[in-house]
Ligand binder design. Sequence first.
Ligand SMILES: [Zn+2]
Length: 468
Amino acid sequence: MAENKKRKIESEGRVFNLEWTSKYLFAVVKTKMMCLVCRDVISVPKEYNLRRHFEGNHPDLTKLDASEKSLKAESLRFTFYWLAVDESTDCADTAQLLVFIRGIDDNFNISEELAGMHSMKGRTTGKEICNEIVDCITTKLSSDFKNLVGMCTEGAPAMSCDVCCCFHCKLLNYIRTRKLKHRLFKSFLEEAGAEYGDVVYHTDVRWLSRAKVLKRFVGLKEEITSFLKTDPQKRFSELNDSSWNEDLCFLCDITSHLNELNIRLQGKGALIFEFLVAINGFKAKLRLFKSQLLKGILVHFPTCSQHISQERHLATGSKYAQQIELLIKEFNDRLSLSCEEKLQLKIVENLFSIDPEEAPSHLQMEVINLQASSLLKRKHEESNLQDFYKCLHQEKFKNVVTLAKQMFSLFGSTYICEQTFSVLNFNKNKQRSSLADGHLEDILKISSSSLVPDYDALVANKICNISH
Ligand SMILES: [Zn+2]
């Protein structure tokens, strides 16, 4: 029995053990066992050899804990990577900066991980954010900028309806402090609480999550108005202003359209191509909205058509067509790609239908060779993009494959940041606002990571107390 077990361990020692990646930062790259730090190749796959190399050549890295080593191994493996950076203020009024890394390795595996979190004390300047990013890449990931493709920051377009939302927040706070027991208000406030969390008291809300709350607010407006009449001290005169009410309805409808887009832009590991389909579709919708609003057609604005009287449709329609125009401009300014980027994406997506002359010169020969193969053309049609580029000869089509990898590493939106911020607000609430940054970062890493902890190694490090 013991003999069998021993032989089994020995035979396993001849092949690469996946645990060695997080233990000694080694990985199999193109059938060779390679140190991810110095790119040295070791021919005999024995744990002893790897450990000797790791401890001898990279003594400073031996101090890292298991999760730090996993992240480092992951980022060292990336052929190309992309960063997403976002900043948010938590309940203790501290600005938190999150840096996410999304990378692609030689085998076309894409992963997204939290690379670092940093509490910004005092005023946050661009320079401070920049320093934090540099520190994140050089110290925490021990990587360099050579393989960095680009970076994305807060992507949502801003709207000019902030005044309206600010009032809405003020009113919410007012109702909340009255400790209402009314069933409707209670459920409304619960929903508001669920959407806003701590932020009801902070007007700096991620505005896209307001859609649901706004809808409920419009639905309960009559009850709210009659409730407010019971308190002569407090007057929210806006509630009786018809123009303000029209604005509120429009805000409610357009926020829900934007929220729908936002949901489509979510999704871990999704490729940029899917995002572009959603964004281009949304731009087409905006153009339709504008043309219909100018004619007084409110069919895609249900709250408006329900609450605004028929004779006001044309007047309000043309008023909001201007807002839609501003939104179209925001989308074009912020979410537009350069001609070069558009061409790069087109080549990767439609490799077999582009004119080779259109492609940059260093790609032309490879594009022609690829287009000549009907086998590869069929493969391109039948499989998803990632699988297609993975099966291409990596040397023969080196430039095309490199371009594909760069495009695949793109972050579509800062959604992953926003999602993590909601975890952050959940964990760092009023009662626990003194949570140390180190612990908070650990919680966020665990909640956003797709890395699987090496439980065996973690358990092996614990000494078991057996009484004699
Ligand atoms: Zn090494």
